[in-house]
Design a protein around this ligand. Structure first.
Ligand SMILES: [Zn+2]
Length: 134
């Protein structure tokens, strides 16, 4: 079951395994939120200086492949490491400047999942979105 505990341990595992050198400099919260069609996740620095990572609430349904959740977490963690919505030093002017997120995902071994995600978005997401929001 993809509950809060599952999501938190997913974040922890991905962080430890694939982003070991990205220092956790503040309290980082993760949660499912929203029922978005065109957004998979976002990251936000809160007033209390915690960072909040939101993963599309529809992804708590197990019909959505697990790698979509993993990729979304990894994507937001890259923003965190780049200093967007986090205490890290900001490394770029814009969060997606020159496909930095995509390139970093490739460098960290997500190339295969990126291909699967592309296919998922093209072929499955809209139908799944409609059935999950009916
Ligand atoms: Zn992004």
């Amino acid at each position: 079951m993809r509950d809060q505990n599952w999501l938190e341990s997913r974040l922890e595992q991905i962080w430890q395994l694939l982003f070991p050198e990205v220092e956790k400099k503040n309290n980082v919260i993760i949660k499912f939120k929203g029922r978005w069609k065109n957004k998979f996740g976002h990251i936000k620095l809160l007033k209390d200086k915690s960072t909040e990572i939101c993963i599309n609430g529809l992804f708590s349904n197990e019909l959505v492949p697990e790698y979509i959740v993993d990729l979304t977490i990894a994507h937001e963690l890259i923003h965190y490491g780049h200093g967007f919505q986090s205490p890290h030093k900001q490394k770029f002017r814009y969060p997606h400047q020159g496909s930095v997120v995509k390139r970093e995902l490739m460098n960290r071994g997500f190339a295969h999942l990126l291909r699967l995600e592309k296919k998922f978005i093209k072929e499955d997401w809209l139908i799944l979105y409609k059935s999950l929001t009916r």
